[in-house]
Ligand binder design. Sequence first.
Ligand code: NAD
Ligand code: G6P
Ligand code: MN
Length: 441
Amino acid sequence: MEKKAVVIAGAGSTHTPGIIQSLLQKKQELPLRKLALYDIDEQRMNLVYDIMRQFIEQEAPDLDVVVTTDPETAFTDVDFVFAQIRQGGLAMRSSDEKIPLKYGCVGQETCGAGGSISYGIRSIPGVFGIVEAAKKYSPNCWILNYSNPAAVVAEATRREFGNERILNICDMPTAILLSYSKMLNLPSWRDLDPCYFGLNHFGWFTEVYDKQGVDRLPELREMILNQGMAVSDRHHKDPDWMHTWAQYVEIVKDYPEYLPNSYLQYYLYSQDMAAGMDPEHTRADSVINGREKEMFAEHQAYLADPANYKSPIQSFTVFGDFIVDAAASIAYNKAERYLVIVENNGAIPNLPDDAMVEVPAYVRSWGPEPVRRAPISTFYKGLIEEQLASEKLAVDAYFEHSYQKALEAIAVNKTIPSTTVARKILDDLIAANGDYWPELH
Ligand code: NAD
Ligand code: G6P
Ligand code: MN
């Protein structure tokens, strides 16, 4: 197998150790010749590299490792870009979450006014910068993007680059499949073939087939209703996530036809969710005091004794596993079936062709081949069209520098009760985002 070169953009991410771990644990499936780490924050990136260097040297002593803040050095001669940047860092995530909550609306990383609109408009130019550098220095590379909010980013990259050699992905449906596989006593999430439709963080499993072709969804629904949802990987076992898995059962009780993506909780119960959130302490604070702090503590352990330091090899997360598998499927034309974000073009026949939807696709060297399904029924179509309008309007607001479109993006969102509230939130978001947003008029 021809060896590949990967650059991780946003290498200072708290998720980078997990990606490096997956890359090297899967070195038979995606053999590497070069691993580049790229970030705008040199100190944070070096910290991650310090933590992972011992593991890299142990697993891949001949690997060409490049650690750089220079785009040309990072993006030259690579086959894959794994992008996972967070424009404005966790501090801006905190502001995204707290501003809507001030007005009694859901404050969430990727959902609602703080997610699709605030983080969306902020993320677009950051991701464009990565894509432009990648295309400039390695015109044939594939860009696998995790950077959120993936739905809005995918719509923006569709308009700007036609999503040529860009695949936007999310680990949530796969993390849910991991839970299902555990509940069914199957060794891996790959033992299930899902049928699924929707937008990113806004979709439903309609069938969940095992390798014998039996739809296990009815059995899973009964297990979820009777015993609750099994938690999935290390990341989604965090105490904050337990509320999500409890709420998951409520969604299934109220809407038993299909099995939901857990993010639907923020839309289907938006008032209850907002009421249960603390405007002074949101998920961003927990990540800063948890996952990020642990990463910094790990670095202190490294600094205390670099010569004897051992990289922390942790339990599995879907995040690393999935992106490496998707890259290998492209690299070696394996045509594996994954849930990915693609331009609709009839995959969901009664949604617009130019919607970026999350559906199963066979991932090949020339890109994802989405699986077409039957038209969806009124409830799902109505919900999706409203959310799609919000996401498209957020991207319009970015490209047109339009205050009006940003207002409409917020007002049409299911997490927002009225235009009066939408306007107040928008004005606060404009102030908070400063130069991260284009000036809106
Ligand atoms: P983090 O803040 O720990 O790390 C992000 C890194 O990106 C930082 O090191 C930062 O310096 C860097 N960065 C910011 N802007 C950059 C730019 N313009 N160019 C290069 N580097 C830049 O964040 P995290 O919690 O590890 O998450 C990283 C990203 O991955 C976020 O966008 C998050 O939402 C996303 N994510 C997506 C999924 C998914 O399902 N799609 C799952 C998990 C995380
Ligand atoms: C899931 C989602 C991601 C999201 C992450 C947030 O993995 O698929 O899109 O970024 O959760 O997790 P956190 O622990 O940072 O709140
Ligand atoms: Mn996601």
